[in-house]
Ligand binder design. Structure first.
Ligand SMILES: O=C(O)CCC(=O)Nc1cc2ccccc2cn1
Ligand SMILES: [Mn+2]
Length: 244
């Protein structure tokens, strides 16, 4: 759903001012930004507990593949379990707080850059939150681009929840292959880590096989113009858009 952008004055005393500066700089320079200790341990644990409760409740489904769902091939492409939430569901109070924090950072950053655009985007909405679990035993996600065909999504924001995650023992590394360089960005899905990256072809990425249960919450932010064009485009062709 979309959300109002409230007008506020950003001054440097605001603690998130530094964070927004970080996000703007890293996104502009690398197209990827990693923020550690995003919520702090106590709040991070409260979010983790809600996700664990949700997973135990069985509402997660096998990762829906946008193409040929149900085929055996689908299982070899990705084996995550997902559920979509808007944060107003019962027992999601702390997940809702997390979503609010991420909205804040993305919106402030988008308004702070000089011409009111970060990466030339005007961010005016986002998808619901996708809570994902890789159940371990080699579950993975092959190399892909989140938004290859201009469906409107410009920023991928992932919050990781995995306590004491050791990539050597548990795998589950997110490897980003930034376009135009043979440098890769290896990001361990560690607890209370917040990750942002451009959703388009600039950032193909894969999740390497995970050998412990691996949780993450993902939000995709929309660029106003690209989203408007995508919705018009799909309406004309009567096809559902690829993201929530
Ligand atoms: O958990 C991570 O480190 C990233 C996993 C990941 O890329 N997930 C993902 C999940 C998706 C679900 C539906 C459509 C597109 C999707 C693209 N990417
Ligand atoms: Mn992805």
């Amino acid at each position: 759903g979309s959300f109002m952008v409230n007008n506020y004055y950003m001054d440097s005393s605001d603690p998130s001012y530094e964070i927004c500066q970080r996000v703007i700089r890293d996104m502009t320079q690398y197209g990827v930004c990693v923020l550690d200790n995003f919520l702090g341990k106590e709040k991070g644990l409260l979010v983790l507990n809600e996700v664990l409760e949700m997973y135990r409740s069985g509402i997660f489904t096998a990762g829906q593949l946008v193409s040929n769902p149900g085929s055996t091939e689908a299982q070899t492409i990705r084996s995550d379990r997902i559920t979509w939430i808007d944060g107003r569901e019962p027992h999601c109070f702390y997940i809702r707080q997390l979503i609010g924090q991420v909205d804040n950072i993305v919106l402030k950053a988008n308004k702070m850059v000089n011409n009111g655009k970060m990466g030339d985007y005007i961010i005016n909405g986002r998808t619901k939150a996708m809570v994902a679990c890789y159940p371990g035993s080699g579950s993975h996600y092959v190399k892909h681009v989140d938004n290859p065909n201009k469906d409107g999504r410009c920023i991928t924001a992932i919050y990781y929840l995995n306590l004491d995650w050791d990539v050597k023992r548990c795998g589950g590394l997110l490897r980003v292959f930034p376009e135009g360089t043979n440098q890769v960005a290896d990001i361990a899905p560690i607890f209370d880590r917040m990750l942002f990256f451009w959703s388009d072809r600039r950032n193909p990425h894969e999740v390497q096989p995970a050998y412990s249960t691996r949780y993450a919450i993902t939000l995709w932010y929309f660029d106003a113009q690209e989203r408007e064009e995508a919705l018009r485009h799909y309406k004309e062709r009567g096809q559902p858009s690829s993201s929530k």
